[in-house]
Each structure stands twice: as C-alpha cells, then as structure tokens.
Write a protein that binds this ligand. Sequence first.
Ligand code: UDP
Ligand code: MG
Length: 139
Amino acid sequence: MFKDFTFSIIKPNAVRTGRIGPVLSMINEAGFEIAAMKMVRLTRFQAEEFYAVHRERSFYPGLIEFMTSGPVVVMVLKHDNAVEQYRKLMGPTDPTKAPKGTIRAEFGVNTQMNAVHGSDSVENAHKEANFFFSSFEVY
Ligand code: UDP
Ligand code: MG
C-alpha cells in the first residue's frame, strides 16, 4: 500500500511507564502501517553504533546510558512520505517545544527522554531498519 517507510524506536522512558499502547495508538491513528516490530534491550555496542553520528557530542554518553537502561520497541512504519510525516507526528527533539498532539509533547520527559526516535532521512531509514531487522521480518 505504501512504498515509503521510516524506522522508529519507542525509547526506554516510554516503555517503562506503560506507554507502548498509547504511542502505537497515535501511530495507527496517524495512518502509519506497522511493517515490523519487536521489543529488544539494546546492548551498549548496538546503542553506540546506532547513534555513532553523535559520538563527539556532549550528550552522547548520557544518551547511551539512557538507551540501554531498559527495553525498547523497534519498528518499521509505512506511510506515504513516511520520514517527513513521522518527524511531524513525533515533534521536535525538545518536548517542551513540541506542538500539542505530537508524541513527544504527550510522552516526552526532556530532551534526552523524548519517548521516540524517528529516522531523519530516507537513506537513514533504510540503514536503521536493516540494523534491526532482516528482510524476512519486514512485511
Ligand atoms: N539528545 C540529548 N540531548 C541533546 C540532543 C539530543 O540527549 O541535547 C538525544 C535525544 O534522545 C535525541 C537523540 O539524542 O532524540 C538524537 O539526537 P538528534 O539530534 O538526532 O534528535 P532527534 O532526531 O531524535 O530529534
Ligand atoms: Mg536524529
């Protein structure tokens, strides 16, 4: 139905506080199709690889601690123009700047614990989906 997809993570703060269901509801209501999904606990190695582009940033060590602090839900989401549409549904990195009705406004705690990840480009969506899923796991 949709040819475009994005990759998303429901982050540990949202999983820990029972927000998997509410986040998935928002994703479904916004018209995304869940093409792959699983709950995993990231290893330090996986988290460091996944966020390697931020390696030199001051927030990187804290981000790795946070992302390995508990289970996460990783997903491939299909939608027309999925990357851009999902960034819009998430809202900006800082939840205090996120418009009402976005996932981060609803479930983000602060700039680090902002509830969800979403790919920032089509190229990264492919890379990130391949990092977590084999082609047999994506529908
Ligand atoms: N992050 C953080 N402090 C910052 C900026 C980012 O802890 O000052 C974390 C936050 O969890 C964010 C992730 O690092 O979602 C990746 O940062 P990016 O700039 O790529 O933001 P995003 O694309 O997730 O909005
Ligand atoms: Mg990003």
